[in-house]
Design a protein around this ligand. Structure first.
Ligand code: KIV
Ligand code: NA
Length: 275
């Protein structure tokens, strides 16, 4: 997919959208090679790559650096970059300056931000300025301290109603798509039906217009806690540790490097060294 029109077309034609996060050139290249529809440079970066225990410490500089790397790896794929914590909660001028970095400096095709009614002005202003905005509702990890933990959202009647109102509001403000995170299947299905923009789910059941997963969770890379809604399609961590162990042993035993990994010269070069 190349444009926001492609997202809307997918919804119209009822073809699910596949999305995965990526944080560097090789992961982006693999996603593109696999035919993934769109890449998210998520601020999950902070947890799966930078080793923080939340997304809170992620900075604009982090996002710019990694978005650039992702664009180099996947020049033909639609790339959405997360606005990190507190980068869109001050003046609209500060928000615009931060968005400018992700779009103009790093080359993102769109930005994503968390929240509903509280960020309507930002969504509207950015959309009017020509920047496609992906909204993010349900579990919004940047607000984990206020929400009181990573837990499912929209579970009761009041919560589901608030979620629906926020979803309608972000659509009305101009968001081209919406991520719904950790929401019961039936609530996500209802919101998906109610909106004309595509809803991309994570932990939101099978009835959304698309799915997004964190790259490292999907391939079992790292030792981060893997939530219930993740499907790990492989476990590269095991392969990596096994390879590193083997290398370690072979160095100790002088098995590596073998002749085929080494460079040689003719004998007279060495005898010449003795004078
Ligand atoms: O940062 C991220 O990876 C995300 C997805 C989980 C939607 O926001
Ligand atoms: Na995120």
């Amino acid at each position: 997919m190349k444009t926001t029109a492609d997202f809307k077309k997918r919804k119209r034609e009822n073809e699910p959208i596949s999305m995965v996060t990526a944080y560097d050139a090789p992961s982006a290249k693999f996603a593109e090679a696999a035919g993934i529809d769109a890449i998210l440079v998520g601020d999950s970066l902070g947890m799966v790559v930078l080793g923080y225990d939340s997304t809170i410490p992620v900075t604009m500089d982090d996002m710019v650096l990694h978005t650039k790397a992702v664009k180099r790896g996947a020049a033909s794929t639609f790339v959405v970059a997360d606005l990190p914590h507190l980068s869109y909660h001050g003046s609209i001028d500060l928000t615009l300056a931060n968005v400018r970095r992700l779009i103009q400096e790093a080359g993102a095709d769109a930005v994503k931000l968390e929240g509903g009614s509280t960020v309507i002005n930002e969504i509207r202003t950015l959309t009017e300025a020509g920047v496609p905005v992906m909204a993010h509702l349900g579990l919004t990890p940047q607000s984990v301290a206020v929400m009181g933990g990573y837990r499912i959202q929209g579970k009761d009647r009041k919560g589901a109603e608030a979620l629906l109102q926020d979803a309608l509001a972000v659509e009305k403000a101009g968001a081209f798509s919406l991520v719904l995170e950790c929401v019961p299947t039936e609530v996500a299905a209802f919101i998906t039906e109610a909106l004309s923009i595509p809803v991309i789910g994570i932990g939101a059941g099978p009835k959304t217009d698309g799915q997004v997963l964190v790259y490292h969770d999907l391939i079992g890379y790292g030792d981060v806690h893997v939530p219930k809604f993740v499907k790990a399609y492989t476990n590269v961590s095991e392969m990596i540790v096994a390879s590193l162990k083997e290398y370690h042993q072979e160095v100790k035993q002088r098995v590596f490097p073998a002749a085929e990994h080494s460079f040689t010269v003719s004998e007279d070069v060495i005898s010449g060294l003795y004078g």
